[in-house]
Design a protein around this ligand. Structure first.
Ligand code: FAD
Ligand code: UDP
Length: 366
C-alpha cells in the first residue's frame, strides 16, 4: 500500500479532501479523467478574460466558516449577480422582484404586486404545492410563470414543470423590494485570478495525474491506497447495477467576438422555449473587464447519456429513490468515501460542496 488515499476527481470536493489530508500528514494521490484540474469550476484565460469553461460560477454563501475557508486560497471581487431575462422582445430583471413585477404589470408598490399575484392564482386553489409548476404559480402568479419560468425550466431540465420537484424554483429569491441581487447570501463574489488558481493552491505539493480514468487506473493499481475518495458518479462506480441515474448535461458554445461589450451583463437568460439555448454568459463582466474583445458562451441543456459529462443530478422522486439504493451499497464499503455533486447525487452549489467536504474531513480525522 503506497498511499493513504486515492482521490478520484480534482474538482472542489476532491481537492479540499486532498489538501486537508496532506495537511494531516497523509500521503495522497489525485487522479482525474479530464486534462485539467478544478472539475466544473475550471476557468482559463482567453483574450485575457477568465472564461468559466463549464458555465457561469458565482460564489455565494451565508456560512462564515465556508467563506473563511475559501478565502485562504483566493481574494474575491465584489461582483453581485443580477441576471437579465429576455422573453421575446421584453427584458426583465431577475430574480423575481419589484423591478420584474413593475415591468410586467406597470405597477409601483409591493401591495399592487401582491394583489396582482393573488388575482392570478385565485382560481387555482393551490394549498401545498406538489411540484415546480404549482410552486412557481403560487409564488409569482401566471404571467411570470408563463413568461419567465415555464420555457426556461423545460429547456433546462427537459421535463414538464409539473414533473419537477418544487425545491428547484425555491433556490431563487422572491422579493417585494427593488433588489436585483440573485442571491440572498451574505457573502458573494468571483475569485480574482479565476477558480483554477484556488484548486492549484489546494493541490500544491500533491501528486496529481490527469487524463486518467479511475476504472482503468484501479485495474492496473488495485492496491494503490488504503482508502478511496470517489467524486465521480455513484451509479457508474457500481457499474450501474440498479440502473442509470439521470443527469442533465450542458453543451457550451464559446466564441470570441471583436466587440468590447456584447450584452452589457454577465448573465442573460432566454426564457422562451423556442430559443434553443438557456442563457448567454459574457465572461468579462464577472470581473468588470475592459478588454477590447469579449468572450461569450451559449449554454444548451441536454439529457445526459453515457460517454458525456454529467452536470446536474435530476433530483426527482424516481431518481432519488434509485440513489438511495446506491447510497446503501456505498455505506457497506467502509474504505470508500463518496463525495461531491456526483458522488452524493445532489444539486450542490460550491459552498455546499465545501461544507460537506469539510464534514467528510472531520469525520475522517477528528
Ligand atoms: P466536479 O467539479 O464535477 O468534480 C468531479 C471530478 O471528478 C471531475 O473533474 C471529473 O472529471 C472527475 N471524475 C469523475 N469521474 C471520474 C472517473 N471515473 N475517473 C477520474 N476522474 C473522474 N455552484 C455555485 O456555487 N455557483 C454557481 O454559479 C454554479 N453554477 C454552476 C453552473 C453549471 C453549468 C454547473 C454544472 C454547476 C454549477 N455550480 C455552481 C455547481 C458547482 O459546479 C459544483 O458545486 C462543484 O463544481 C462540484 O464540485 P465536485 O468536486 O463535487 O464535482
Ligand atoms: N429559472 C427560471 N427562469 C430563469 C432562471 C431560473 O425558471 O430565468 C428556474 C429554473 O427552473 C432553474 C431554477 O430556477 O433550474 C434554478 O435557477 P438557477 O439559476 O439557480 O440554476 P443553475 O444556477 O443551477 O443553473
Amino acid at each position: 500500500m503506497k498511499y493513504d488515499y486515492l482521490i478520484v476527481g480534482a474538482g472542489l470536493f476532491g481537492s479540499i479532501f486532498a489538501h486537508e489530508a496532506t495537511k494531516r500528514g497523509k500521503k495522497v494521490i489525485v487522479i482525474d479523467k479530464r486534462p485539467h484540474i478544478a472539475g466544473n469550476i475550471y476557468t482559463e484565460k482567453i483574450e485575457d478574460i477568465q472564461v468559466h469553461k463549464y458555465g457561469a460560477h458565482i460564489f455565494h454563501t451565508s456560512n462564515k466558516k465556508v467563506w473563511d475557508y475559501i478565502n485562504q486560497f483566493t481574494e474575491f471581487n465584489n461582483y453581485i449577480n443580477s441576471p437579465i431575462a429576455v422573453y421575446k422582445n421584453e427584458i426583465y430583471n431577475l430574480p423575481f422582484n419589484m423591478n420584474t413585477f413593475s415591468k410586467m404589470w406597470n405597477i409601483k408598490t409591493p401591495q399592487e404586486a401582491k394583489n396582482e399575484i393573488a388575482k392570478q392564482i385565485a382560481n387555482l386553489n393551490i394549498t401545498s404545492p406538489k411540484n415546480l409548476e404549482e410552486q412557481a404559480l403560487s409564488l409569482v402568479g401566471k404571467d411570470v410563470y408563463e413568461k419567465l419560468i415555464k420555457g426556461y425550466t423545460e429547456k433546462q431540465w427537459g421535463r414538464n414543470c409539473n414533473e419537477l420537484p418544487a425545491f428547484i424554483i425555491k433556490r431563487l429569491p422572491l422579493r417585494f423590494t427593488y433588489d436585483n441581487n440573485y442571491f440572498n447570501a451574505r457573502y458573494q463574489g468571483i475569485p480574482i485570478g479565476g477558480y483554477t488558481s484556488i484548486i492549484e493552491k489546494m493541490l500544491t505539493g500533491i501528486e496529481v495525474i490527469l487524463n486518467t480514468d479511475y476504472f482503468d487506473f484501479i485495474k492496473q493499481n488495485p492496491d494503490i491506497s488504503n482508502k478511496i475518495v470517489f467524486t465521480g458518479g455513484i451509479d457508474e462506480f457500481f457499474k450501474y447495477k440498479f440502473g442509470y441515474l439521470q443527469y442533465r448535461t450542458v453543451k457550451f458554445e464559446t466564441e470570441v467576438l471583436d466587440t468590447e461589450n456584447y450584452q452589457g451583463n454577465a448573465v442573460v437568460n432566454y426564457t422562451e422555449r423556442e430559443i434553443p439555448y438557456t442563457r448567454i454568459i459574457e465572461h468579462k463582466h464577472f470581473e468588470f473587464g475592459t478588454q477590447l474583445k469579449t468572450v461569450i458562451s451559449k449554454e444548451y441543456s441536454m439529457e445526459w447519456e453515457p460517454g458525456i459529462e454529467p452536470y446536474y443530478p435530476v433530483n426527482d422522486e424516481a431518481n432519488t429513490s434509485l440513489y438511495e439504493k446506491y447510497k446503501k451499497l456505498a455505506e457497506e464499503n467502509k474504505n470508500i468515501i463518496f463525495g461531491g455533486r456526483l458522488g452524493n447525487y445532489k444539486y450542490y452549489d460550491m459552498d455546499k460542496v465545501i461544507e460537506v467536504a469539510l464534514e467528510a474531513v472531520s469525520k475522517e480525522f477528528d
